[in-house]
Design a protein around this ligand. Sequence first.
Ligand SMILES: C[S@@+](CC[C@H](N)C(=O)[O-])C[C@H]1O[C@@H](n2cnc3c(N)ncnc32)[C@H](O)[C@@H]1O
Length: 230
Amino acid sequence: MHNNCVNAENVESDNHLWLQFWRDQRADFHQTVVNPLLIKFWSSLNLDYGSRVFVPLCGKSLDMIWLAQQGHEVIGVELSPVAVRAFFKENSFKPVKQRIGKFMLWKCGKISILCGDYFSLQKSDLGIFDTVYDRAALTALSENVRRLYVAQLKIIVLKNTKIFLLTIEDSIENVTENSTIEIDEEINALYSGDFEIDLAYMESVFETDLESPNSPANRADYKVYRLSCR
Ligand SMILES: C[S@@+](CC[C@H](N)C(=O)[O-])C[C@H]1O[C@@H](n2cnc3c(N)ncnc32)[C@H](O)[C@@H]1O
């Protein structure tokens, strides 16, 4: 990892870009189906019916609807009002809105989204939650901001909180039958001080660069991590 200094300027310029993405309708990270790894591995967390799940940087993810269908109360945080409005409109939900400090809370049934900056969140804004669902939140941020993201998460989680983390990691090595699956160095550096890290699953996908078909295929490792706060 590089040791670049983390400061508010990094966050502000990133925030500006995200807001612009949504305004320009360039949210190509949005999945039009529920994440298959969420469906496959979520039950392995053995959570209680009705327990609360925090979804940082939630976008307009359909995964929140799936989580609510499993009986969870879902609380997302999303910077862009364009994304939040789209989530409720596209799914024909009729939310009620309420200002809470620096955030606008949109709520319908089991799903609430706080619209505002994750880095301004206070513990009291979120209330108690048992689990964090992170898909394309940590990994969407620039390297400097990732450290700030995890530092903020450690402030707002309670002891015993679990994190269900999905990552896509680029790799140049070839997978062989004997390859062991490993926890990514940066994930280890960011979380291992406060969390037990369990790498539950990895799936490798090989992609050929269509512009240079003779070069070796790039490998992307899709990983499922389960983290438990000590
Ligand atoms: C790559 S997208 C992933 C969205 C969602 N997790 C999904 O799986 O579709 C990252 C999202 O984080 C939001 N975001 C970025 N920085 C944020 C911040 N500081 N506070 C709240 N949301 C933020 C962006 O607007 C964007 O919707």
